[in-house]
Design a protein around this ligand. Structure first.
Ligand code: ZN
Ligand code: ZN
Length: 169
């Protein structure tokens, strides 16, 4: 889905994306993936504010089990259309962000809404993907998922604590 910079009316443009075609193909989702956006021109820039909501199916970093992560993310970014005659040298700085605000430089007057939403979704995902804060993970020796099953490893009888436990019993 693309919007042309010059077609954004002075009063701004509101968009509602109800179908999930923008959802990144390398991620799994559950149910709907929706977004609503507002685009407003400000000189050579477009201010994009919006909200996206989707439930992503992820694999836990600790136990490798899959889990659902509902995301509701609000975002606000600025896109800048370089004035005509910008040299190719300057174009190298595409992904350099302004200090105060996220400003992306547009390649052309075309704004790719699909790319924009995919980027925002990735940004909304946590660095560490855990099925729960209390995830007990996986035994590094037998591979048991400790959330659902007991470790199959032999108890270590040489531990002083197990000796103590036996004396008590
Ligand atoms: Zn887990
Ligand atoms: Zn084990």
């Amino acid at each position: 889905m693309k919007i042309d910079f010059y077609e954004i009316p002075a009063e701004g443009l509101a968009l509602t994306v109800e179908d999930a075609h923008w959802f990144p193909p390398d991620l799994e989702r559950l149910g709907r993936a929706e977004a609503s956006l507002r685009l407003k021109r400000r000189g050579q820039r477009v201010v994009v504010t919006g909200i996206l909501s989707a439930t992503v199916v992820l694999a836990c970093d600790r136990c490798l089990g899959t889990f659902q992560l509902p995301l509701d993310s609000e975002f606000s970014i600025e896109l800048e259309l370089p004035a005509e005659g910008v040299s190719e040298v300057e174009e190298k700085d595409h992904f350099c962000h302004d200090n105060e605000m996220d400003v992306d430089i547009l390649d052309s007057s075309e704004i790719n809404i699909t790319d924009l939403l995919q980027q925002q979704l990735y940004l909304a995902m946590p660095m560490k993907k855990l099925c729960s804060e209390e995830c007990r993970g996986m035994c590094s020796r037998c591979g048991a998922n400790l959330n659902h099953e007991k470790c199959r490893c032999q108890p270590d009888n040489s531990s002083p604590f197990s000796v103590l436990a036996r004396l008590k019993g």
